[in-house]
Design a protein around this ligand. Structure first.
Ligand code: PNS
Length: 162
């Protein structure tokens, strides 16, 4: 069985993330969505919130599972028998960081390869940090994130207060 991992911070998940995961799910028998837990960061959403949102939005895909993980991505890949990491590329500006991570991961675990998919152009300008900033000031992000994410952000930031 070919298992792929789609890793990310997903703080919050965007339509761009969902598009990449859905496309990975078409090509791999099993996809593990890894919500990275990084104690050095202060995320807007807890790992539990991110996992629950992704499970809700991706619930229609039988071959996709979502979990939070604190540790090296390659260690999870080893544990899950995953030979592929799938990442999205929005623009040239993503390439440098993504190549560094792919090469670092390949150096740590030679059995893993990183496959890149170019994001749907509708989402090429969408980032979690941009969504967070707009939502925090009460701006409309409903066209950029899944409905469940939009509902959570609206509930949190109603009225534009941060
Ligand atoms: O959505 P992001 O923030 O671009 O995702 C970055 C992520 C989570 C893929 C990366 O930080 C990661 O793989 N973290 C897990 C820890 C790890 O393995 N770090 C070394 C990667 S070179």
């Amino acid at each position: 069985m070919t298992v792929a991992i789609c890793p990310g911070s997903f703080d919050p998940p965007t339509n761009g993330h969902i598009d990449v995961i859905q496309r990975a799910a078409r090509h791999f028998e099993r996809v593990v969505v890894l919500v990275s837990v990084n104690p050095a960061k202060s995320p807007m959403l807890s790992a539990q919130e991110r996992v629950l949102l992704l499970r809700e939005v991706l619930g229609h895909l039988d071959n996709v599972e979502v979990e939070a993980y604190e540790g090296l991505l390659v260690d999870l890949a080893r544990q899950r028998g995953a030979g592929v990491i799938v990442k999205g590329l929005r623009a040239l500006s993503d390439v440098e960081r993504e190549i560094q991570m792919a090469q670092m991961n390949a150096g740590l675990y030679e059995a893993v390869d990183t496959f890149f998919v170019t994001t749907d152009p509708r989402w090429s300008f969408v980032s979690s940090s941009g969504v967070k900033e707009v939502a925090a000031y009460g701006g409309d992000v409903s066209g950029l994130v899944p409905r469940a994410v939009n509902d959570l952000l609206e509930g949190r930031y109603k009225g534009g207060s941060r």
